[in-house]
Write a protein that binds this ligand. Structure first.
Ligand SMILES: [Zn+2]
Ligand SMILES: [Zn+2]
Length: 261
């Protein structure tokens, strides 16, 4: 497969920018997509300097690896709050995980020399209201080493981010309850139903399961997320058509896609 087979959906790993009605922004996950998001910060003149929230689903490489390449984190005027839900001690110390991936064996600049103020925050996000009025709820789901979903509500609008989730033994009712009536559900859809049979224990879902969750939960829109890197554009376009046949408001997430909810 050639490189040009991967241009439509893109090959970067998980990273999402949320722009709230109140004009503030927040980021979910810091995969390789955050490098380009850094350029967007400049291009869109995002003037938010305080408390830019970076919420992490978990700390597997594909969700933190882009951070050393995130230009706004080199801007001494910016302050980031890098956060993950703390339920028990399942995630290690977040700051040391970020510092480790920037040790000199791996990267030329250490975390403490980046420039921006980085605050690491591991707290109970099972129910949290930000000063801006945005509500955040986090929930642990099944993934090797654990991962967390986030339900974010501003006014009457809700977004649910639920990636790196494996529905072991049927659709997880906890995930369905978490996504109940959301305006937009972003759900893991790494595998085809066939592939999923051989990938038990890998921590991901099939697109069919993502649709099932969206339908059971009454989600209004579904973004199928976290595509398998082996799936090229032509293949994913076929998957998208099939998904839309089952759930008309389903679409495949792709690089740079903007969705209004
Ligand atoms: Zn993972
Ligand atoms: Zn992942």
């Amino acid at each position: 497969m050639a490189e040009q087979d991967y241009v439509r959906f893109g090959g970067n790993t998980s990273c999402i920018l949320i722009t709230f009605e109140n004009g503030r922004v927040a980021i979910l996950d810091a995969g390789t997509g955050i490098r380009k998001l850094g350029h967007d910060f400049a291009a869109r003149s995002i003037e938010q300097y305080d408390q830019i929230f970076v919420g992490l689903s978990h700390t597997h490489w594909d969700h933190i690896q882009g951070f050393p390449f995130f230009e706004p984190a080199y801007d001494p005027k910016r302050r980031f709050t890098i956060s993950i839900y703390r339920e028990g001690q399942t995630t290690g110390d977040l700051e040391s995980i970020f510092a480790t991936q920037m040790q000199r064996h791996y990267f030329p600049v250490s975390l403490d020399k980046m420039g921006a103020t980085l605050q690491f925050w591991q707290t109970d996000l099972s129910s949290f209201t930000a000063p801006s009025g945005v509500e955040v709820r986090a929930s642990k789901h099944n993934h090797p080493g654990d991962a967390y979903g986030y339900r974010i509500t501003e006014g009457n609008t809700t977004l649910v981010y639920c990636t790196d989730v494996e529905h072991a033994g049927g659709i997880d009712p906890k995930v369905v309850a978490f996504a109940r009536n959301t305006d937009l559900l972003i759900h893991d859809a790494q595998y085809t139903p066939d592939e999923l049979r051989d990938k038990k224990g890998w921590g991901h879902s099939s697109w069919e399961q993502a649709i099932e969750v969206a339908m059971q939960a009454g989600a209004k829109k579904l973004a199928l997320f976290h595509h398998d890197p082996e799936h090229n554009d032509a293949f994913l376009m076929k998957v998208e058509k099939e998904c839309q046949r089952l759930f008309s408001e389903a679409f495949l997430a792709r690089e740079g896609l903007e969705v209004e909810v």
